[in-house]
Design a protein around this ligand. Structure first.
Ligand SMILES: [Zn+2]
Ligand SMILES: [Zn+2]
Ligand SMILES: [Zn+2]
Length: 166
């Protein structure tokens, strides 16, 4: 059972993003109920801010957004909320950008391979266990035991490539 790139990894730039946000919050809520996790208002709000776009958002920007909504929370509280969201797969951290992006499949345990568009900055996920397995296998041949993989690939998404050719 190999799951390759999800069809909506790079949604068209003019899609109805309110649907993405609603779906993500819904599935997070269901996941929390099913796993007896507390989906506190702050956790929900931080997740909503992360989902405000498909491009990664930094922690400082999240703090700013909360401030704009006059819901100023102490930074450590916000970091803990982010940590919760990352730990439970609602959000992925893009290490090379030190920023966060929402994941719409918290129910599937996965190591994402991230495709980062240099033009629109959206991040898509290749979620292919074969890639992770291959890396672990190749590493083993040099006696290396993999504990964590971070794969971040730069390029241009199909939406942006299309625009350039238009
Ligand atoms: Zn969207
Ligand atoms: Zn993911
Ligand atoms: Zn793009």
């Amino acid at each position: 059972m190999t799951k390759s790139i999800s069809a909506n990894a790079f949604p068209a730039h003019e899609h109805d993003h309110t649907v993405c946000i609603a779906d993500a919050l819904d599935s997070a809520e269901q996941h929390c109920v099913a796993h007896q996790l507390r989906f506190t208002p702050l956790r929900r709000q931080v997740l909503e801010i992360v989902w405000s776009r498909h491009a990664p958002i930094g922690a400082y920007e999240i703090l700013d957004e909360l401030r704009n909504e006059s819901r100023a929370a102490a930074p450590p509280t916000v970091y803990r909320a982010l940590e919760f969201l990352v730990d439970h797969g609602f959000v992925h951290k893009i290490e090379s950008l030190n920023a966060f992006v929402g994941c719409d499949r918290p129910d599937s345990e996965h190591v994402g391979q991230f495709l980062i568009c240099g033009s629109c900055h959206q991040v898509g996920e290749l979620d292919d266990p074969e890639i992770a397995k291959l890396i672990a296998k190749k590493a083993k041949t040099v006696g290396f035991d993999v504990s964590h993989q971070t794969i971040e690939v730069r390029g241009v998404c199909s939406n942006c490539a299309g625009e350039n050719h238009a």
